[in-house]
Design a protein. Sequence first.
Length: 315
Amino acid sequence: MVEPQLSVVIPVFNEEENLPELLRRLIPALGALGRSFEVILVNDGSRDRSLELLRAAADRDPRLVVIDFNRNYGQHAAVFAGFESARGAVIVTLDADLQNPPEEIGKLVAKIDEGFDVVGSVRVQRQDSLFRRLASRLVNKATALTTGVQLSDYGCMLRAYRREVVQALCSSHEISTFIPVLADMFAGRVTEVEVAHAERARGESKYSLWKLVKLQFDLMTSFSVWPLRFAMLLGLIMSAGAMGVAVVLLGGRLLYGQQWAVSGVFTLFAVLFFFIGVLFFSVGLLGEYIGRIYMQVRQRPRFIIRSVISRKSQP
Ligand code: UDP
Ligand code: MG
């Protein structure tokens, strides 16, 4: 079978109300691009009729592929499963709830054609509740700080990737991760386009506050080890402070005699804090090693080679 030029990956979790409309709009929108495509729908353990609908749709249209999870593993796991079976040269991710209009896919694909590796999207006129927008802004700031990857909209999943980047993602052996940030680490040229954003057509957001918090922890721990190093810094400051205090106490004792500073009780404190500092430092040092082990076990690819140029490879 020939490989399609474009793969669209869509995670689906209890979206029975949105699926018919999604497919009705998506297929013509993709057809209008004038290239061969496949749509990979990953059913992330839906408990409603989503799977039934997907199965019926796949029966009618050979360009649809349905992957069915045995339970709910989360949006990013679902997208990964889609990535693993995507065969297109360009891979686009999309939400099933029609918040990202499928008609905008063309814009992203055009950017990839211009030579970008990853194309993100920024939601203009975001149609979410105020609370959700504030939460997102907070998340965006924290993410930029902890990961060092600047994206203007981390939450928007309407994104296009070149195949090499997706392959690098698939060979990163880590369990919890955040796809947009990981992808940007492997991408040479990244750009963003503005896309329209609609209100969730039907159904409820599948992200509870707890799921958002969990996602944030994933983000923080999978892209930096500074929380582990924090103890080291704290210990260093504490020990240095305690040493300073000890010097002052010693000086006072020499100047004012034995009675100064409650006959040495404060000295005891200085010694104590010095050792507590040393303890913190050692915990931090352990953290440093654990951080390195953690980096190592993920086995992320170290680089992607775009091409090898030598005289032999030229005809
Ligand atoms: N989703 C999923 N598994 C989950 C949660 C969400 O596959 O555990 C899918 C969901 O069906 C949708 C997309 O991820 O296609 C985004 O979810 P949602 O619209 O609820 O997120 P929000 O727009 O509120 O951030
Ligand atoms: Mg949504």
